[in-house]
Design a protein around this ligand. Sequence first.
Ligand SMILES: [Zn+2]
Length: 157
Amino acid sequence: MKKKRTYNVRLVKRHRSYTLYAIAALYDLHINAVRRWGLPCIDGEKPQRVHGSDLIAFLDARQRARKNPCKKVTEIYCFPCRKQQSIWENAVDLIILNPKQLNITGLCNECGTSMFKMGSIQKLEEYQKIFHVQTVQGEHLIQRSDNPVMCDLKEGG
Ligand SMILES: [Zn+2]
């Protein structure tokens, strides 16, 4: 998985305008990555240019959004879309990692990329209600083969 990147907005001069290529060079990105940002370009300029102040606002918003992602349970952050997306058909696989954590994986409803996020074993039942769970992998990691401390509490015995 790609490491999340923070762009230093101080590299951008507020009163300058930038071509998409200049922005790509500034942050050592591929031009297509910059195009995907969908920056607000200055009308009528060719090649397309972006105001420094717009670029700063965009990067700020983007970085703030990342720190405070909207926490809809049924959404997962999609890297190609760069935002929280709902899951295709709400269909997920649960992959149990250890007795506490699991991965929830599903496909982005928008672009079809597979996405995942961490979940908690404690919420396993909840997940099975809110998602169409296709498969659960690694269930043996949380299964207790027997329950030696269970007491027989039958009434009227
Ligand atoms: Zn997507």
